[in-house]
Write a protein that binds this ligand. Sequence first.
Ligand SMILES: NC(=O)c1ccc[n+]([C@@H]2O[C@H](COP(=O)([O-])OP(=O)(O)OC[C@H]3O[C@@H](n4cnc5c(N)ncnc54)[C@H](O)[C@@H]3O)[C@@H](O)[C@H]2O)c1
Length: 323
Amino acid sequence: MNILILGGAGFVGNNLVRRCLREKKHNLTVVDSLDARLKSDIEFLNEERGEIEFIQADMRDSRSMDKIVEGKDVIFNCAAQSSHPMSFVDPAYDIAINCTGNITLLEAVRRHNKRALVIYASSSTVIGKALTRVVNEKHQELPLDIYSANKGVAEKYYYIYNRVYDLKTLVLRFANLYGPYGKASPEFGFINYFIHRAFSGKEISIYGKGSQIRNVMYVEDACDLLYQAIFHKEIFGGIYFAVHREHYSVRKIAEEIVSAFGKGKVVTVAWPEIRKRIEIDDVIISGAKLYNKLQWKPRFTLRQGLLKTKEIMEEYKSKRGDI
Ligand SMILES: NC(=O)c1ccc[n+]([C@@H]2O[C@H](COP(=O)([O-])OP(=O)(O)OC[C@H]3O[C@@H](n4cnc5c(N)ncnc54)[C@H](O)[C@@H]3O)[C@@H](O)[C@H]2O)c1
Protein backbone atom coordinates (compact mmCIF):
# COMPACT_ATOMS: atom_id res chain seq x y z
CA MET A 1 0.00 0.00 0.00
CA ASN A 2 1.02 3.62 -0.49
CA ILE A 3 0.76 5.17 2.96
CA LEU A 4 1.01 8.87 3.77
CA ILE A 5 1.68 10.04 7.33
CA LEU A 6 1.11 13.74 7.94
CA GLY A 7 2.81 15.12 11.04
CA GLY A 8 5.30 12.25 10.84
CA ALA A 9 8.02 14.10 12.74
CA GLY A 10 5.76 14.47 15.78
CA PHE A 11 5.34 12.11 18.72
CA VAL A 12 2.55 9.91 17.34
CA GLY A 13 3.84 10.29 13.78
CA ASN A 14 7.30 8.96 14.71
CA ASN A 15 5.83 5.91 16.35
CA LEU A 16 3.38 5.35 13.51
CA VAL A 17 6.21 5.47 10.95
CA ARG A 18 7.93 2.69 12.89
CA ARG A 19 4.68 0.69 13.16
CA CYS A 20 4.10 0.86 9.39
CA LEU A 21 7.75 0.05 8.57
CA ARG A 22 7.44 -3.17 10.60
CA GLU A 23 5.24 -4.59 7.84
CA LYS A 24 7.97 -4.25 5.18
CA LYS A 25 5.43 -4.09 2.38
CA HIS A 26 4.33 -0.47 2.21
CA ASN A 27 5.64 2.62 0.48
CA LEU A 28 5.75 5.28 3.14
CA THR A 29 5.59 9.02 2.49
CA VAL A 30 6.08 11.16 5.57
CA VAL A 31 5.17 14.83 5.58
CA ASP A 32 5.83 17.41 8.28
CA SER A 33 6.13 21.18 8.31
CA LEU A 34 8.91 20.94 10.97
CA ASP A 35 7.51 24.11 12.45
CA ALA A 36 9.97 25.27 15.14
CA ARG A 37 7.11 26.47 17.36
CA LEU A 38 5.92 22.88 17.68
CA LYS A 39 9.34 21.60 18.77
CA SER A 40 9.30 18.65 16.36
CA ASP A 41 12.55 16.90 15.78
CA ILE A 42 13.30 15.18 12.50
CA GLU A 43 16.42 13.74 14.17
CA PHE A 44 14.28 11.00 15.69
CA LEU A 45 13.64 9.67 12.18
CA ASN A 46 17.28 9.71 11.06
CA GLU A 47 17.66 5.93 11.00
CA GLU A 48 14.36 5.50 9.17
CA ARG A 49 15.07 8.13 6.50
CA GLY A 50 16.39 5.52 4.02
CA GLU A 51 13.12 3.59 4.13
CA ILE A 52 10.71 6.50 3.73
CA GLU A 53 10.15 9.44 1.45
CA PHE A 54 10.25 12.54 3.63
CA ILE A 55 8.71 15.76 2.36
CA GLN A 56 8.84 18.99 4.31
CA ALA A 57 5.48 20.57 3.53
CA ASP A 58 2.65 22.38 5.23
CA MET A 59 -0.82 20.82 5.35
CA ARG A 60 -2.23 24.33 4.78
CA ASP A 61 -0.54 24.57 1.39
CA SER A 62 -3.14 23.28 -1.05
CA ARG A 63 -0.74 23.07 -4.00
CA SER A 64 1.56 20.75 -2.07
CA MET A 65 -1.33 18.74 -0.64
CA ASP A 66 -2.95 18.29 -4.07
CA LYS A 67 0.21 16.56 -5.29
CA ILE A 68 1.07 14.69 -2.11
CA VAL A 69 -2.31 12.93 -1.68
CA GLU A 70 -2.32 11.58 -5.23
CA GLY A 71 -1.92 7.80 -5.46
CA LYS A 72 -2.04 7.20 -1.71
CA ASP A 73 -4.14 4.30 -0.42
CA VAL A 74 -4.07 5.41 3.20
CA ILE A 75 -3.60 8.87 4.72
CA PHE A 76 -2.99 9.17 8.46
CA ASN A 77 -3.31 12.73 9.69
CA CYS A 78 -1.26 13.22 12.85
CA ALA A 79 -0.34 16.81 11.97
CA ALA A 80 -1.58 19.35 14.47
CA GLN A 81 -0.92 22.24 16.75
CA SER A 82 -1.09 19.86 19.71
CA SER A 83 -0.51 22.10 22.72
CA HIS A 84 -3.49 23.13 24.87
CA PRO A 85 -1.69 26.13 26.49
CA MET A 86 -0.30 27.33 23.14
CA SER A 87 -3.81 27.42 21.74
CA PHE A 88 -4.54 30.26 24.19
CA VAL A 89 -1.30 32.08 23.42
CA ASP A 90 -2.08 32.14 19.69
CA PRO A 91 -5.64 30.99 18.93
CA ALA A 92 -5.41 32.06 15.28
CA TYR A 93 -2.40 29.81 14.77
CA ASP A 94 -4.34 26.92 16.28
CA ILE A 95 -7.27 27.59 13.93
CA ALA A 96 -4.90 27.85 10.95
CA ILE A 97 -3.48 24.38 11.58
CA ASN A 98 -6.28 22.50 13.29
CA CYS A 99 -9.17 23.88 11.21
CA THR A 100 -7.86 25.33 7.93
CA GLY A 101 -5.16 22.66 7.67
CA ASN A 102 -7.70 19.85 7.90
CA ILE A 103 -10.07 21.45 5.39
CA THR A 104 -7.16 21.94 2.99
CA LEU A 105 -6.26 18.27 3.28
CA LEU A 106 -9.85 17.11 2.83
CA GLU A 107 -10.30 19.33 -0.23
CA ALA A 108 -7.13 17.87 -1.75
CA VAL A 109 -8.43 14.34 -1.14
CA ARG A 110 -11.89 15.23 -2.52
CA ARG A 111 -10.42 16.66 -5.70
CA HIS A 112 -7.52 14.27 -6.29
CA ASN A 113 -7.97 10.95 -4.48
CA LYS A 114 -11.47 10.10 -3.31
CA ARG A 115 -10.65 6.43 -2.87
CA ALA A 116 -8.04 7.00 -0.12
CA LEU A 117 -8.74 5.97 3.47
CA VAL A 118 -8.23 9.07 5.62
CA ILE A 119 -7.75 8.65 9.36
CA TYR A 120 -7.71 11.64 11.66
CA ALA A 121 -6.10 11.53 15.12
CA SER A 122 -8.45 13.53 17.32
CA SER A 123 -8.59 14.07 21.05
CA SER A 124 -10.88 12.94 23.87
CA THR A 125 -10.70 16.49 25.25
CA VAL A 126 -13.32 17.61 22.71
CA ILE A 127 -15.94 16.64 25.35
CA GLY A 128 -14.72 18.96 28.12
CA LYS A 129 -15.78 17.96 31.65
CA ALA A 130 -17.30 14.49 31.96
CA LEU A 131 -20.98 14.59 32.90
CA THR A 132 -21.36 10.84 33.36
CA ARG A 133 -19.24 8.38 35.34
CA VAL A 134 -18.18 6.65 32.14
CA VAL A 135 -18.00 8.64 28.92
CA ASN A 136 -18.86 7.21 25.52
CA GLU A 137 -19.40 8.65 22.04
CA LYS A 138 -22.88 9.96 22.98
CA HIS A 139 -21.39 12.44 25.45
CA GLN A 140 -21.91 16.11 24.67
CA GLU A 141 -19.03 18.32 23.54
CA LEU A 142 -18.26 21.41 25.59
CA PRO A 143 -14.47 21.74 25.34
CA LEU A 144 -12.61 23.98 27.75
CA ASP A 145 -9.71 25.12 25.60
CA ILE A 146 -9.18 26.43 22.08
CA TYR A 147 -7.19 23.41 20.90
CA SER A 148 -9.95 21.00 21.95
CA ALA A 149 -12.63 23.22 20.41
CA ASN A 150 -10.77 23.23 17.08
CA LYS A 151 -10.16 19.48 17.21
CA GLY A 152 -13.92 19.10 17.63
CA VAL A 153 -14.55 21.33 14.62
CA ALA A 154 -12.07 19.33 12.52
CA GLU A 155 -13.83 16.09 13.48
CA LYS A 156 -17.01 17.49 11.97
CA TYR A 157 -15.20 18.24 8.70
CA TYR A 158 -14.17 14.58 8.41
CA TYR A 159 -17.73 13.51 9.18
CA ILE A 160 -19.21 15.94 6.64
CA TYR A 161 -16.80 14.94 3.87
CA ASN A 162 -17.82 11.33 4.44
CA ARG A 163 -21.57 12.08 4.39
CA VAL A 164 -21.56 14.59 1.57
CA TYR A 165 -18.69 13.52 -0.70
CA ASP A 166 -18.35 9.80 0.21
CA LEU A 167 -14.77 10.27 1.37
CA LYS A 168 -13.60 7.30 3.45
CA THR A 169 -12.81 9.17 6.64
CA LEU A 170 -12.40 7.93 10.18
CA VAL A 171 -11.92 9.88 13.40
CA LEU A 172 -10.16 8.25 16.36
CA ARG A 173 -10.13 10.20 19.61
CA PHE A 174 -7.02 9.48 21.69
CA ALA A 175 -6.32 10.38 25.32
CA ASN A 176 -3.07 10.86 27.22
CA LEU A 177 -0.63 8.93 25.07
CA TYR A 178 2.92 8.41 26.30
CA GLY A 179 6.06 6.73 25.07
CA PRO A 180 9.30 7.24 23.17
CA TYR A 181 9.97 10.22 20.84
CA GLY A 182 7.68 12.42 22.93
CA LYS A 183 8.32 16.06 23.76
CA ALA A 184 10.06 17.11 26.95
CA SER A 185 8.16 20.37 27.16
CA PRO A 186 5.27 20.89 29.65
CA GLU A 187 3.14 22.58 26.97
CA PHE A 188 2.56 19.20 25.34
CA GLY A 189 1.28 15.90 26.82
CA PHE A 190 1.78 15.81 30.60
CA ILE A 191 2.87 12.16 30.77
CA ASN A 192 5.75 12.61 28.33
CA TYR A 193 6.78 15.70 30.25
CA PHE A 194 6.78 13.72 33.52
CA ILE A 195 8.77 10.95 31.79
CA HIS A 196 11.48 13.37 30.66
CA ARG A 197 11.67 14.86 34.14
CA ALA A 198 12.17 11.42 35.69
CA PHE A 199 14.60 10.37 32.95
CA SER A 200 16.85 13.28 33.88
CA GLY A 201 16.38 12.73 37.62
CA LYS A 202 14.29 15.86 38.18
CA GLU A 203 11.21 16.56 40.29
CA ILE A 204 7.74 15.98 38.85
CA SER A 205 5.27 18.64 40.05
CA ILE A 206 1.64 17.66 40.26
CA TYR A 207 -1.12 20.20 40.81
CA GLY A 208 -2.98 19.87 44.12
CA LYS A 209 -3.63 16.30 45.21
CA GLY A 210 -3.27 14.95 41.68
CA SER A 211 -6.36 12.87 42.27
CA GLN A 212 -7.95 13.47 38.83
CA ILE A 213 -8.50 10.23 36.93
CA ARG A 214 -7.21 9.82 33.37
CA ASN A 215 -7.13 7.15 30.69
CA VAL A 216 -3.55 6.44 29.65
CA MET A 217 -2.27 4.55 26.63
CA TYR A 218 1.18 3.52 25.45
CA VAL A 219 1.80 5.08 22.05
CA GLU A 220 2.64 1.72 20.39
CA ASP A 221 -0.87 0.55 21.21
CA ALA A 222 -2.31 3.75 19.74
CA CYS A 223 -0.28 3.29 16.55
CA ASP A 224 -1.25 -0.36 16.27
CA LEU A 225 -4.86 0.72 16.55
CA LEU A 226 -4.40 3.32 13.80
CA TYR A 227 -2.77 0.69 11.61
CA GLN A 228 -5.39 -2.03 12.29
CA ALA A 229 -8.20 0.41 11.52
CA ILE A 230 -7.30 0.43 7.82
CA PHE A 231 -8.42 -3.20 7.53
CA HIS A 232 -11.89 -2.41 8.90
CA LYS A 233 -13.71 -0.46 6.21
CA GLU A 234 -16.96 -0.86 8.16
CA ILE A 235 -15.87 1.65 10.79
CA PHE A 236 -15.13 4.46 8.30
CA GLY A 237 -17.52 7.38 8.47
CA GLY A 238 -17.49 7.10 12.28
CA ILE A 239 -16.02 8.91 15.29
CA TYR A 240 -14.69 6.69 18.08
CA PHE A 241 -12.86 6.95 21.37
CA ALA A 242 -9.57 5.07 21.08
CA VAL A 243 -8.54 4.71 24.72
CA HIS A 244 -7.07 2.12 27.07
CA ARG A 245 -9.18 0.38 29.69
CA GLU A 246 -6.69 1.48 32.35
CA HIS A 247 -7.42 4.65 34.34
CA TYR A 248 -5.22 6.17 36.99
CA SER A 249 -4.96 9.32 39.05
CA VAL A 250 -2.35 11.85 37.93
CA ARG A 251 -0.46 11.17 41.19
CA LYS A 252 -0.43 7.42 40.54
CA ILE A 253 0.84 8.01 36.98
CA ALA A 254 3.66 10.22 38.30
CA GLU A 255 4.56 7.67 40.99
CA GLU A 256 4.60 4.82 38.47
CA ILE A 257 6.95 6.85 36.26
CA VAL A 258 9.36 7.46 39.15
CA SER A 259 9.21 3.78 40.05
CA ALA A 260 9.72 2.53 36.47
CA PHE A 261 12.57 4.94 35.72
CA GLY A 262 14.12 4.53 39.17
CA LYS A 263 14.71 8.31 39.21
CA GLY A 264 12.92 11.58 39.88
CA LYS A 265 10.59 12.58 42.71
CA VAL A 266 6.92 13.57 42.91
CA VAL A 267 6.19 16.94 44.52
CA THR A 268 2.95 18.84 44.97
CA VAL A 269 2.38 22.46 43.86
CA ALA A 270 -0.66 24.76 43.86
CA TRP A 271 -2.88 24.84 40.79
CA PRO A 272 -1.99 27.67 38.37
CA GLU A 273 -5.12 29.74 37.72
CA ILE A 274 -5.33 29.01 33.97
CA ARG A 275 -4.89 25.27 34.58
CA LYS A 276 -7.68 25.29 37.20
CA ARG A 277 -10.02 26.93 34.72
CA ILE A 278 -9.41 24.40 31.96
CA GLU A 279 -9.16 21.37 34.24
CA ILE A 280 -11.53 18.63 33.13
CA ASP A 281 -11.50 16.74 36.49
CA ASP A 282 -12.10 12.98 36.51
CA VAL A 283 -12.62 11.42 33.11
CA ILE A 284 -13.18 7.72 32.54
CA ILE A 285 -13.71 7.00 28.87
CA SER A 286 -14.93 3.78 27.33
CA GLY A 287 -13.38 2.54 24.10
CA ALA A 288 -15.88 -0.35 23.93
CA LYS A 289 -17.59 0.77 20.74
CA LEU A 290 -14.35 0.63 18.76
CA TYR A 291 -12.91 -2.45 20.46
CA ASN A 292 -16.05 -4.48 19.82
CA LYS A 293 -15.93 -3.65 16.13
CA LEU A 294 -12.21 -4.30 15.76
CA GLN A 295 -11.86 -7.21 18.18
CA TRP A 296 -8.71 -5.45 19.34
CA LYS A 297 -7.28 -4.67 22.75
CA PRO A 298 -4.20 -2.80 24.00
CA ARG A 299 -1.10 -4.92 24.71
CA PHE A 300 0.69 -2.72 27.22
CA THR A 301 -0.14 -2.00 30.84
CA LEU A 302 1.09 1.34 32.19
CA ARG A 303 4.03 -0.40 33.85
CA GLN A 304 4.99 -2.28 30.69
CA GLY A 305 4.66 0.83 28.53
CA LEU A 306 6.85 2.86 30.89
CA LEU A 307 9.54 0.18 31.00
CA LYS A 308 9.59 -0.06 27.20
CA THR A 309 9.78 3.75 26.96
CA LYS A 310 12.74 3.75 29.34
CA GLU A 311 14.50 1.05 27.31
CA ILE A 312 14.07 2.95 24.03
CA MET A 313 15.08 6.29 25.56
CA GLU A 314 18.22 4.76 27.09
CA GLU A 315 19.14 3.10 23.80
CA TYR A 316 18.59 6.35 21.92
CA LYS A 317 20.66 8.31 24.43
CA SER A 318 23.54 5.84 24.32
CA LYS A 319 23.64 6.09 20.50
CA ARG A 320 23.13 9.83 20.12
CA GLY A 321 24.29 11.24 23.44
CA ASP A 322 21.13 13.28 24.05
CA ILE A 323 17.36 12.96 23.96
N1 LIG B 1 -0.13 12.87 22.21
C1 LIG B 1 -1.32 12.68 22.76
O1 LIG B 1 -1.43 12.30 23.94
C2 LIG B 1 -2.56 12.92 21.95
C3 LIG B 1 -3.80 12.74 22.58
C4 LIG B 1 -4.95 12.97 21.85
C5 LIG B 1 -4.86 13.35 20.52
N2 LIG B 1 -3.66 13.52 19.94
C6 LIG B 1 -3.62 13.95 18.54
O2 LIG B 1 -2.72 13.12 17.82
C7 LIG B 1 -2.08 13.90 16.80
C8 LIG B 1 -0.57 13.78 16.96
O3 LIG B 1 -0.23 14.29 18.23
P1 LIG B 1 1.28 14.37 18.70
O4 LIG B 1 1.29 14.22 20.17
O5 LIG B 1 2.10 13.49 17.85
O6 LIG B 1 1.61 15.90 18.35
P2 LIG B 1 3.02 16.51 17.93
O7 LIG B 1 2.94 17.96 18.19
O8 LIG B 1 4.13 15.75 18.54
O9 LIG B 1 3.07 16.26 16.36
C9 LIG B 1 2.35 17.01 15.44
C10 LIG B 1 3.21 17.16 14.21
O10 LIG B 1 2.46 17.85 13.22
C11 LIG B 1 3.35 18.73 12.54
N3 LIG B 1 2.56 19.80 11.95
C12 LIG B 1 1.91 20.79 12.58
N4 LIG B 1 1.30 21.58 11.72
C13 LIG B 1 1.55 21.08 10.50
C14 LIG B 1 1.17 21.47 9.20
N5 LIG B 1 0.42 22.56 9.01
N6 LIG B 1 1.60 20.75 8.16
C15 LIG B 1 2.38 19.66 8.34
N7 LIG B 1 2.77 19.23 9.57
C16 LIG B 1 2.36 19.94 10.64
C17 LIG B 1 4.28 19.24 13.62
O11 LIG B 1 5.48 19.76 13.08
C18 LIG B 1 4.48 17.99 14.46
O12 LIG B 1 5.62 17.28 14.02
C19 LIG B 1 -2.57 15.34 16.96
O13 LIG B 1 -3.63 15.55 16.07
C20 LIG B 1 -3.11 15.37 18.38
O14 LIG B 1 -4.14 16.31 18.51
C21 LIG B 1 -2.50 13.31 20.62
